[in-house]
Every structure is written in structure tokens, then in C-alpha cells.
Design a binder for this molecule. Structure first.
Ligand SMILES: [Mn+2]
Length: 272
């Protein structure tokens, strides 16, 4: 319904926020260039703005691009990201963040929890990102979900597509009560979909490298694009925020992974 005035918590009102940062990447840089590349795929004439759920961006739902946060890879970035997430949530819209490395999810969830309280999280990834300590960097992109769970920013954490579980992260998952569906056990209908307020984090390396070569950490044996879209379509919400992270254009082929990221943004924007 174009032109109507959004009510205070109108989750058809999405804000797209870019987080150009590699500050906590551990292996390769590249994620900082992701927001611009994903935006350009989103706006490209190769496709239209329809979503599979039937709503159309710009007609039934809005996706306002508020640009990139001015990040400088200093310690101040944490608070910049936290504040932007809190402010978007407080305005009544739903922020969808374009990473950036996966570190960004910790300050985002901290900011959203200020407004909505502790959230439930649906997290797609090849990696559980639960390290207590990775390379002496408490904000490492290998640790955001450990930090989130330690601070009780989430009630439930459902992880999907995991295929790199070592003994340390298995213990961490038990410690935090993580509901993990490892890739070897994946089935669309086997994923527990938490109730809202729900936050959704998509690390593109959850996908098999065949579907998403443009990531820093290739991990074979992963999800298809269709697997993730099918799980998203089971979500009943309300979805209070989301991120799509870890795109690395320097490893992409003809921008195809950027198009995948853009598709996820559209399907996320269509959720209620
Ligand atoms: Mn990952």
C-alpha cells in the first residue's frame, strides 16, 4: 500500500543499512566492499522487485536505503553499529544490515535488544561462531554468538548448516543451550523456527561454495539457495532485524554471490 503512513511498529517498513568493515575478519579481507556490491545487485535491471511471498518492494513493502555507516575499523565502530540498530528499531522499522564481517551481528543484536528485549535468533552459517577466544580478539568474527549468549541478548539461538564443529565449539553450544541443526542432519522441515521477536543472521558461507563462491571461507557440502529461502518462508515472525554478512567480491564469479545476497535481502524484507 504505497503512500500510507507507517504505524509505530511497522515491520513492512525495512531500512537497509550498510556496514563496510573487515575489522574482525581472520583470514581474508573483502567484506568491507560488500554493501556497495550487494546494493548494486539489488538495484540491477537484471531482475525486478517482486518477492516470492507475493509482496513487491516499493509497492507492498518498503526498503529504504539509509546508506553505509561511517565505520573506520576502530573500537568506536561497535557503538556506532549498536546505536544504529537501536535507533532503527526504535523508529518502528526493521533494519536489514549488509555486512561486513560477522562481528557486526553482536553490536546489532545488542542494539535491537535495547528496544525489543532479548530476541530469538535464526542463524545460517557453515560455522557456529561460538569461540570463547579466537586470536585474542573478543570481537572476532568467529565469536559473535558467544558474546551474544554470554550477555543474555538472545533467549534461543537456532543454528542451521553448521559443518565445522570442533570440540571447543560443541562444548560452547552445550553451555549456551544452542539448538544446532548440523548440515549432515539438514531438512527444511527439521528446523525449529523460534517465535518472535526474531532476528535472522545469514552468513553466505552457509551456502555450498557452488552457490556462493564469493565468500572468504569456502566450506564444501553446504546449503542451496533454495534451502535457505524455504526455511525463511516457514518463519512466522515478527522479524525485528536481519543481516547478510561475509560477502567477498574478490572471490566472486560474475557477481553471482552478490545476486544471491540481494535475493536474501528481498525475501527477508517480505517477512512479517
Ligand atoms: Mn561462516
Amino acid at each position: 500500500m504505497a503512500g500510507r503512513i507507517p504505524s509505530r511498529h511497522d515491520l513492512k517498513n525495512n531500512q537497509l543499512i550498510g556496514l563496510p568493515t573487515d575489522s574482525h575478519s581472520s583470514f581474508l579481507r573483502g567484506a568491507a566492499k560488500a554493501p556497495a556490491a550487494i546494493r548494486s545487485a539489488l538495484l540491477s535491471d537484471h531482475g525486478n522487485q517482486a518477492t516470492e511471498l507475493g509482496s513487491e518492494i516499493g509497492i507492498d513493502i518498503t526498503l529504504s536505503d539509509v546508506g553505509d555507516l561511517p565505520l573506520d575499523e576502530s573500537e568506536a565502530d561497535f557503538d556506532r553499529i549498536r546505536a544504529a540498530a537501536a535507533s532503527a528499531a526504535a523508529s518502528g522499522s526493521r533494519p536489514i544490515f549488509l555486512g561486513g564481517d560477522h562481528m557486526v551481528t553482536y553490536p546489532i543484536v545488542a542494539g535491537i535488544a535495547e528496544i525489543h528485549g532479548p530476541v530469538n535468533i535464526l542463524h545460517f552459517d557453515a560455522h557456529p561462531d561460538l569461540y570463547d577466544d579466537f586470536g585474542d580478539d573478543p570481537l572476532s568474527h568467529a565469536s559473535p554468538f558467544a558474546r551474544i549468549m554470554e550477555r543474555d541478548l538472545a533467549k534461543r539461538l537456532v543454528q542451521v548448516g553448521i559443518r565445522t564443529l570442533n570440540s571447543h565449539c560443541r562444548k560452547q553450544a552445550q553451555r549456551f543451550g544452542v539448538e544446532m541443526v548440523e548440515m549432515k542432519d539438514f531438512a527444511v522441515d527439521a528446523i525449529p523456527i523460534p517465535e518472535g521477536p526474531l532476528y535472522i543472521s545469514i552468513d553466505l558461507d552457509a551456502l555450498d561454495p557452488a552457490f556462493a563462491p564469493g565468500v572468504s571461507h569456502h566450506e564444501p557440502g553446504g546449503l542451496t539457495v533454495r534451502d535457505i529461502v524455504s526455511v525463511l518462508h516457514r518463519v512466522r515472525g515478527p522479524v525485528v532485524g536481519a543481516d547478510v554478512v561475509e560477502y567477498n567480491s574478490s572471490r566472486d564469479i560474475n557477481g553471482m554471490t552478490a545476486v544471491v545476497a540481494a535475493k536474501f535481502v528481498k525475501e527477508l524484507a517480505a517477512l512479517h
